[in-house]
Write a protein that binds this ligand. Structure first.
Ligand code: ZN
Length: 124
């Protein structure tokens, strides 16, 4: 038995809570690093860390979801109001662990198809 709770324990607990919450509210599934699909755009490739299992009206969605940071990296278009201008599918707010900041910050998740559309718009 451990006498103290480590920071890692707290982070793991918080991550599990966030994952459960986002699943209950949005049917968004957290994917373990390396277990997901690879989203490729241009010369960039990014691991899927979140997956949409919601029904937006035409059956199970199943698309990979990208964080705002991932989306900006792929499109090369960081924007103050988000990396995707007019997303066709819902944008999901989620708390993410930011290792640069050393804490949890609210971020947005974008559907891979919306990021692809934005990429095509930006790159012609
Ligand atoms: Zn979806």
């Amino acid at each position: 038995m451990r006498a103290t709770i480590t920071l890692n324990d707290l982070i793991e607990t918080r991550l599990a809570e966030i994952a459960e919450d986002v699943w209950k509210r949005h049917r968004v599934l957290r994917v373990n690093h390396g277990d997901g699909r690879v989203v490729q755009l241009g010369t960039a490739a990014i691991w899927e860390l979140w997956s949409c299992r919601a029904n937006h009206g035409s059956g199970l969605c199943g698309e990979p979801l990208l964080t705002a940071t991932q989306a900006s990296s792929l499109t090369g278009m960081p924007r103050e109001d988000g990396p995707v201008e007019n997303p066709a599918l819902p944008v999901i707010e989620v708390e993410l662990l930011d290792s640069g900041v050393g804490g949890f910050l609210i971020d947005d998740l974008f559907h891979a198809s919306d990021v692809r559309a934005e990429f095509r718009k930006v790159n012609g």
